[in-house]
Design a protein around this ligand. Structure first.
Ligand code: ATP
Ligand code: MG
Length: 421
């Protein structure tokens, strides 16, 4: 679990701003749900035989009433719970997004943490392939907005429950034939979650799983039509995509479209964003049947890519730093700070005393464009000294006295080029 110190936290905020604008431009609205949910929600929602439920959840018993609770490991099940609980799909569909921390007990490494953060997008109540394509295309736009390179898209179809059942039987038969070569995870999954054996990362198993029956070959007419509907729109939007018949995703609720955006730059933590369609989840969590699809993006991993070439140091700097000495001057300075802030200027009021020289050092270090200097002389003259701290157009600019009444418009002019009429 990470601390984000100010330099990094500012970059996260800058990222979050870009993401919010992007979400708004597609008509998605925020939803916020609690970080703790009943354990049963995730067992039912994510699937009993998934990595998350089998070994990654932070679960505990509420000491006061014995309820089984879990820190959310993902955002889709909570979102669906809330949408159902508040009857939000009554006669309408919803485009929603969430963001925040998720918790999974994993082995920490670069790009993999126990508390990590996601932006997630869910479109609920939409059945057509157009909304699947919308999700993929909007991701492509975000990578573009962020200037990310080396991200590529893999897509697959998991069909419907009946198609998966037929495939599952053949897959189990195939895996049983090769049982001796399976690793421990594979043997355990053989009967509980055989589809997951297909996305094993064990290099020794690659040849064997390559030869396994492919779900794609079991898709019926409707599923194929849906898949082709998605890829046609991707071609329309010029978003390159690769079919990966072994892409199955780690959560049980998916059907038909699944996709992953991966990068070559983060080692084995390659997936920065993943999602797909989950037409049966809402009903299985107690809601009225409704189709849906969505995706989740790992913010830490995206930030590793985005921040790669970025300069270090603060992103935000104050406009002015106010230094002052003497009792009356300090009172005036305090008032001036509030006045310039009312005019939209970001001002740091020096706290902690010291002489002008040491205060000016702090003013310089703050990165402010100007120091406002107030001493006894300024109090008497009802003015302040405005001292530029950085060269303007390569020129050193001298400090000058500005009457109190003129200070806010003068600053606005200097900082934003706004003339006072
Ligand atoms: P992985 O295969 O890397 O474990 P996953 O399939 O478990 O990923 P999802 O549940 O699909 O991941 O979550 C969506 C995204 O959240 C992932 O693509 C990834 O970017 C990010 N993510 C998942 N787990 C972690 C983690 N422990 N630390 C940081 N980011 C994570
Ligand atoms: Mg995982």
């Amino acid at each position: 679990m990470n601390d984000l110190l100010p330099d990094e936290a500012e970059r996260w905020e800058a990222f979050e701003e870009i993401v919010r604008d992007w979400l708004k431009s597609y008509g998605y609205r925020p939803i916020r749900t609690p970080i703790v949910e009943p354990t049963a929600l995730f067992v039912r929602g994510v699937g009993e035989h998934t990595d998350i439920v089998e070994k990654e959840m932070y679960s505990f018993e509420d000491r006061l009433n014995g309820e089984q609770l879990t820190l959310r490991p993902e955002g889709t099940a909570p979102c669906v719970r809330a949408v159902t609980e508040h009857n939000m799909l009554f006669g309408q569909a919803q485009r929603l997004y969430y963001s925040g921390p998720m918790f999974r007990h994993e082995r920490p490494q670069k790009g993999r943490y126990r508390q990590f953060h996601q932006f997630g997008v869910e479109a609920l109540g939409f059945a057509g392939p157009d909304v699947d394509a919308e999700h993929i295309v909007m991701c492509a736009r975000l990578w573009d907005d962020l200037g990310l390179e080396d991200v590529s898209l893999e897509i697959n179809s998991l069909g419907d429950a009946a198609e998966r059942a037929t495939h599952r039987a053949e897959l189990i038969a195939y895996l049983q034939k090769h049982e001796a070569s399976l690793d421990e995870d594979g043997k355990r999954r053989l009967l509980t979650n055989p589809l997951r054996v297909l996305d094993t990362k064990n290099p020794a198993l690659q040849g064997m799983v390559d030869g396994a029956p492919k779900l794609m070959d079991f898709l019926g007419e409707e599923s194929l039509k849906h898949y082709e509907g998605v890829t046609a729109l991707l071609r329309e939007a010029c978003v390159p995509h690769k079919l990966n018949t072994r892409l199955v995703r780690g959560l049980d609720y998916y059907n038909r479209t699944v996709f992953e955006w991966t990068t070559t730059r983060l080692g084995s933590q390659a997936t920065i964003c993943a999602g797909g369609r989950y037409d049966t989840l809402i009903e299985s969590l107690g809601g009225k049947p409704a189709p849906a699809c969505g995706f989740g993006m790992g913010i830490e991993r995206v930030m590793l890519l985005w921040a790669e070439g970025m300069e270090e140091g603060p992103l935000s700097r104050p406009d002015v730093y106010i230094v002052h000495q003497g009792e009356a001057a300090s009172r005036l300075a305090f008032r001036v700070a509030e006045e310039v802030r009312s005019a939209g200027v970001a001002a740091i009021y020096h706290c902690g005393g010291g002489n002008f020289k040491s205060q000016m050092k702090k003013a310089d270090a703050s990165g402010a464009a100007f120091a406002i200097v107030i001493g006894d002389d300024e109090v008497a003259a009802e003015a302040v000294m405005l001292k530029p701290l950085r060269e303007q157009d390569g020129q050193r600019v001298e400090q000058r006295k500005v009457p109190l009444a003129d200070l806010a418009p003068t600053l606005a002019n200097q900082l934003y080029g706004i003339e006072d009429n």
